[in-house]
Write a protein of this length. Structure first.
Length: 271
């Protein structure tokens, strides 16, 4: 891959998804695009990109973008943050809602482990939980909807007890049980898209997504998340993510890493 190809990839990724790879990741980009080239019938990554630049077909462009996104995830990732959500946030909000109904948005859900983990926590807490899980990658969403994971994927983050409670054998893999599957709905969504309806959520979980976005895009997405969150709701970010300089819409929850609530100014503006 030439430097010119990499620069054009950067522009494509930034304009359509808001992400940007570091300039030292040219070899990583080539490695991730090799399977796409083979799948699409090209002899090499260079041939794939040459066709894309001449004829920027939307489906091919998105296939390239999806391959470049960081899709790594696992069950109950960042255990301390997840435990806080499971043991404190979900039960507290459930007690404050009619019939204990808690609306959750898992934004940037990748292949579904986070959404299913939230569902486990909600059901264990007795919450009447409804989860909408979205991602930009159709390939990730297809896997999430299938609910089928390898033994390695299930054991990465879950105890044997939880695995047996929430999964059933499926040939040489494990499938989520219907009780878990029934509380999660998956859909494709680009976080750069402004809200077009009035859907709002009690909890928005958007972890390890903002950290890889360009600063200008990150601020835009944070504002969109604020518009989707109810005034007394909670935003959950990754442990290494900060939004202090990107938006005045949120303030961190003291002593609770990764948790944010709306700032008084944001609540007053909404009123």
């Amino acid at each position: 891959m030439t430097q010119d190809d990499f620069d054009r990839l950067q522009a494509l990724l930034s304009s359509r998804a808001g992400f940007r790879l570091g300039r030292d990741r040219i070899h990583l980009a080539e490695h991730r695009l090799a399977p796409v080239a083979r799948r699409e019938g090209f002899d090499s990554v260079e041939a794939l990109l040459a066709t894309l630049w001449v004829k920027p077909v939307a489906s091919l462009g998105w296939a390239v973008i999806e391959a470049l996104l960081n899709s790594e995830t696992w069950f109950r990732r960042d255990r301390a943050v997840f435990d806080t959500v499971a043991r404190e946030v979900l039960p507290a909000i459930g007690r404050a809602r009619p019939e204990g109904r808690v609306q959750v948005w898992s934004a940037g859900c990748s292949s579904g482990q986070e959404a299913y983990s939230l569902a486990m926590a909600g059901l264990d807490a007795g919450a009447n939980i409804d989860i909408v899980a979205t991602d930009l990658s159709m390939r990730a969403l297809d896997k999430a909807r299938s609910g089928v994971f390898s033994a390695f994927e299930v054991q990465r983050g879950l105890s044997a007890r939880m695995m047996l409670q929430w999964f059933e054998p499926a040939e040489d893999a494990w499938a989520v049980r219907p009780a878990l599957r029934n509380v999660v709905r998956f859909a494709r969504h680009n976080l750069l898209d402004a809200p077009t309806d009035d859907a709002r959520f009690d909890i928005i979980v958007c972890r390890n997504v903002l950290i890889e976005m360009e600063p200008a895009r990150r601020g835009q997405v944070v504002d969109y998340l604020e518009r989707r969150l109810v005034d007394d709701g909670v935003l959950v970010l990754g442990v290494e993510e900060r939004i202090d300089g990107d938006s005045i819409a949120f303030r961190p929850v003291g002593g609770r890493s990764g948790l944010y609530v709306k700032s008084p100014s944001a609540v007053s503006r909404a009123a």
